[in-house]
Write a protein that binds this ligand. Structure first.
Ligand SMILES: NC(=O)c1ccc[n+]([C@@H]2O[C@H](COP(=O)([O-])OP(=O)(O)OC[C@H]3O[C@@H](n4cnc5c(N)ncnc54)[C@H](O)[C@@H]3O)[C@@H](O)[C@H]2O)c1
Length: 326
């Protein structure tokens, strides 16, 4: 391997720009190739980074000499990029959520497993000290109840986010971070039951998602959570997760997951969320590709699929009006 890990990007939108910035702080990484269905978007990001633009993920993998892929695509657009990585046995980093189609996700996960391919999924909050301090305490004292989610305002027009058949809806696309942290702390989910509020947001072209969703999740450890998403809270949004075990309360707030931990005796521990979390998760992936040591990776492709299966089950529960077993 050369001095730097040669990286190819599939997708040149908003999160690709965030990873360009993040990787600029990772000395071992070099972005050498970019592709996007919009050739203009690929060209613009290629020009900015000094990378070369390609017509497709398959061409990029064949011709660029990339040693790892960053798959930075909306939920509906997954499949080809992962297949290209698998064909060439290239390690890949995939943004959350890893997709929409359960059959496809299981198929890719099985092939990743068969090849023993190195993968990472963009659940960056798993790298936060606040979250890992909670995990440390909860290892000895299991979580019992959680309440959390993402509340945001009514969206504007979007090419895919507000179209539920493309994004999976806000709970699947955005509150997936909270679902993932709940899985990270509780363990596996066994049952999901969802209800949605609709008809409040009006007149947004192309809008087919729910205005708000509330999802009850039962976990294998016996604990329960009520996680939610809202795209109709215009007086101010928030991102939060409150959780308790027998003797501790955990109060996570804001995007960077600041936490206040309160013990039964009243002692408080406060940890602020770190800045530059995308650089932290990208540096772990790049180091793993270089060394082959995967121990720093906190969410593999298989793990990312499990988080997606929870929110996809919540969509099935919305359709049927019934609880869905996982
Ligand atoms: N980790 C995080 O906190 C975080 C933050 C923002 C976005 N994301 C995730 O990143 C993903 C992409 O979001 P975004 O904000 O970059 O969206 P975006 O709309 O800004 O960009 C998506 C890009 O993908 C391209 N594209 C679509 N289909 C394609 C295909 N089949 N092949 C190649 N390119 C294709 C589009 O042309 C566009 O340039 C989403 O799943 C989103 O949830 C994660």
């Amino acid at each position: 391997m050369a001095d730097k890990v040669r990286i190819g990007f599939v997708g040149a939108g908003g999160i690709a720009q965030a990873h360009v910035d993040a990787l600029s702080k990772v000395p071992d990484a070099e972005i050498v190739a970019i592709t996007d269905v919009s050739r203009g978007a690929a060209n613009a990001l290629a020009e900015k980074t000094g990378a070369k633009a390609y017509d497709s993920a398959a061409d990029l993998v064949k011709d660029s000499g990339a040693e790892a892929l960053f798959i930075l695509l909306p939920p509906f657009a997954h499949g080809e990029a992962e297949q290209a990585a698998l064909k060439a046995r290239l390690p890949f980093f995939c943004e959350k959520p890893v997709g929409l189609d359960e059959g496809l996700l299981n198929e890719i996960a099985a092939e990743v497993e068969k090849q023993g391919l190195l993968t990472s999924v963009g659940y960056m909050n798993r790298y936060r000290q606040s979250v890992n301090r909670a995990k440390e305490i909860l290892a000895d004292e299991p979580p019992i109840l959680a309440f959390g989610g993402w509340w945001g305002g009514s969206p504007g027009v979007s090419p895919w986010w507000t179209n539920k058949s493309k994004s999976g809806g806000q709970f699947h696309e955005q509150a997936t971070h909270t679902v993932d942290i709940a899985r990270y702390l509780f363990g596996e989910a066994v049952e999901v039951f969802a209800a949605a509020a609709n008809g409040f947001n009006k007149g947004i072209p192309g809008y087919t998602m729910d205005d708000a969703v509330s999802v009850v999740i039962k976990f294998e450890n016996g604990g329960v959570a009520n996680l939610m998403a809202s795209a109709s809270s215009n007086a101010g949004g928030s991102l939060f997760l409150d959780l308790h075990s027998l003797n501790h309360n955990f109060h996570f707030t804001e995007w960077n997951h600041n936490v206040v931990i309160k013990a039964k005796g009243g002692e408080l521990e406060e940890i602020k969320g770190e800045e530059g979390i995308f650089s932290i998760e990208d540096a772990v992936f790049v180091a793993a590709v270089r060394s082959g040591d995967r121990s720093g990776i906190r969410s593999t492709y298989a793990d990312g699929v499990k988080t997606s299966l929870v929110s996809l089950a919540s969509n099935r529960s919305l359709e049927t009006g019934k609880p869905v077993s996982l």
